[in-house]
Design a protein around this ligand. Structure first.
Ligand code: C5P
Length: 242
């Protein structure tokens, strides 16, 4: 997309079980971010009806449930999410080829069922894991090689992109090409605490690396002025050639 018509790449992680708080944040941030990410903390506490309340605000919603099960169950789980009209969904790549291909078939049915096709995103190796975890699981590659390997496999199965750390964007784009989407958590504007994230980047650094979407939680939701923080982030990335 050209810089004359930039899209806002920030997806705010509404990591709370409190529906009232999530709705307040979503309303206040609606014009300042690109969408909302709703994960299991929100979804398990409030259910599908609460997702509808967020989308009713006109917000694109990423439903981050990281599905993984036998192919038939994952495909059916995705079909059950389609009426919520998410613009993005995710599954674990480690669920394997048959599961990923079944998930792709399920999102490809969206338009036949009267819904927009969501982007289907793969979770590679969660960033809380490191090389010693790979060894313990019996995986032979180190964590960053494993991430690139899984991204390539996900692309081969028809997924639209992956969740990855900012430090893996360049290697993934090199192997999978620019069109393959990278969704990047662990983002901190300068001066904001890293909290429990190990390796962080600023929004503009991650965009410069090629990030397509930035998942940003506490840096916005716990700011003394979340709207002003979202505005600052948007200003810092909007002139990048997205
Ligand atoms: O508050 P913070 O910006 O660190 O939140 C990041 C969000 O991204 C959380 O919702 C977290 O679950 C999610 N996430 C992550 N690292 C991953 C995958 C998802 O931080 N590897």
């Amino acid at each position: 997309m050209s810089s004359n018509n930039p899209y806002n790449p920030t997806l705010v992680a509404l990591d709370t079980p409190d529906l009232k708080q999530a709705l307040k944040l979503a309303k206040n941030l609606a014009s300042k971010v690109g969408g909302m990410k709703l994960g299991m903390e929100f979804f398990n506490a409030n259910g599908p009806q609460a997702v509808r309340q967020i989308t009713a605000l006109g917000m694109p919603v990423f439903i981050d449930l990281k599905l993984s099960d036998i192919p038939n169950t994952v495909a059916a789980g995705i079909t059950s999410l389609l009426p919520l009209e998410p613009f993005m969904l995710n599954i674990h790549i480690l669920g394997g080829r048959a599961m990923m291909e079944a998930a792709v078939d399920a999102v490809n049915q969206a338009e036949n069922l009267g819904y927009n096709r969501p982007l289907l995103i793969g979770v590679t190796i969660v960033t809380s894991m490191q090389d010693s975890d790979m060894q313990e699981l019996g995986l032979v590659r180190n964590a960053s090689d494993q991430v690139v390997h899984l991204a390539k496999l996900a692309q081969d199965c028809g997924l639209d992109g992956v969740v990855c750390s900012s430090h893996e964007i360049a290697a993934i784009k090199q192997v999978c090409g620019d069109e393959f989407k990278t969704i990047v958590p662990g983002i901190r504007p300068k001066g904001v605490s890293a909290h429990d994230q190990k390796r962080v980047m600023t929004p503009s650094e991650a965009i410069a690396q090629g990030a397509d979407y930035l998942v940003i939680g506490r840096a916005i939701t716990q700011a003394s002025n979340p709207e002003a923080m979202a505005d600052d982030i948007w200003r810092s990335v909007r002139h990048a050639d997205l």
